[in-house]
Design a protein around this ligand. Structure first.
Ligand code: C5P
Length: 235
């Protein structure tokens, strides 16, 4: 039974009430789904990259929803109660931030910037602050404290992993969900669709910006990210 369908993933129930099956589609979207294309085989690449990223986080003591890869396109994950917030961590200025604040793309931020957005397609995921999130019952103060600490840790682990393969982690988006006992887990998408990745040598985008800004070779660049990560992991 299908439980939910997003822009690039479908989530199915399993025999266990505590686990779900996540299927990665070939859809590539931008601007809240206004721009959309099918990239044949993209779901297979995303499935593999996402598994490497989740396994790296787990190895570094960060709890995630990922259990194991089932096949080319699917992962077995723990079922969580999703928190309706998206957290964006920025190491360099890019994308929305450069337009909102008139900061030059590529400016190194002296500390990582964390943004909290209300997850709503209808409202285009507006940025909110902690007091809104607490006042509107989206997360507790204690949960936000834990999340903030975890975001710093995730940023260090992913920045270091990507640096090992010659890629600069410019920014990324993560989401969290709760288990029945309240434990927080990183969940949802984690891939070049939800990160900005720049080649350290050439500065080329290796992420969803290739599609957003019509830079071409989207699938090829995602494959290159996978190739580098796989080589590093298998060294
Ligand atoms: O668009 P913006 O500059 O705010 O995006 C920051 C980072 O978060 C980018 O890596 C983008 O791909 C990711 N993001 C996402 N899903 C959203 C919004 C942003 O994956 N709904």
């Amino acid at each position: 039974m299908k439980l939910t369908e997003g822009k690039s993933r479908q989530v199915f129930a399993t025999e266990s009430k505590d686990e779900v099956r996540v299927f990665h589609k070939d859809d590539e979207t931008a601007y809240n789904g206004i721009k959309h294309v099918i990239i044949p085989g993209k779901g297979i690449i995303i499935n593999k990259i996402s598994a490497i990223l989740y396994e790296t986080l787990e190895r570094n003591g960060i709890a995630t929803h990922y259990i194991r890869t089932i096949d080319d396109r699917q992962q077995l994950c723990r079922k969580v109660d999703p928190i309706r917030l998206e957290f964006i961590v920025r190491n360099y200025a890019a994308g929305d931030m450069t337009e909102r604040l008139d900061v030059k793309t590529g400016t190194k931020l002296s500390i990582p910037v964390v943004e909290c957005c209300y997850k709503s397609d209808e409202l285009d995921d507006p940025i909110i602050n902690r007091s809104y999130a607490i006042a509107l019952g989206m997360a507790s103060r204690e949960e936000l404290d834990l999340i903030e600490e975890e975001l710093g840790h995730i940023n260090l682990v992913l920045t270091s992993l990507f640096h090992e393969v010659g890629i600069k982690l410019v920014d990324f988006k993560v989401e969290f969900g709760r288990l029945a006992d309240g434990t927080l887990l990183v969940c949802d998408e984690l891939s070049p669709d939800s990160c900005r990745l720049w080649d350290e040598q050439t500065g080329d985008s290796m992420d969803r910006d290739r599609f957003r800004y019509d830079l071409g070779n989207v699938g090829e660049m995602y494959e290159e990210v996978l190739r580098r990560l796989s080589n590093f992991i298998n060294e």
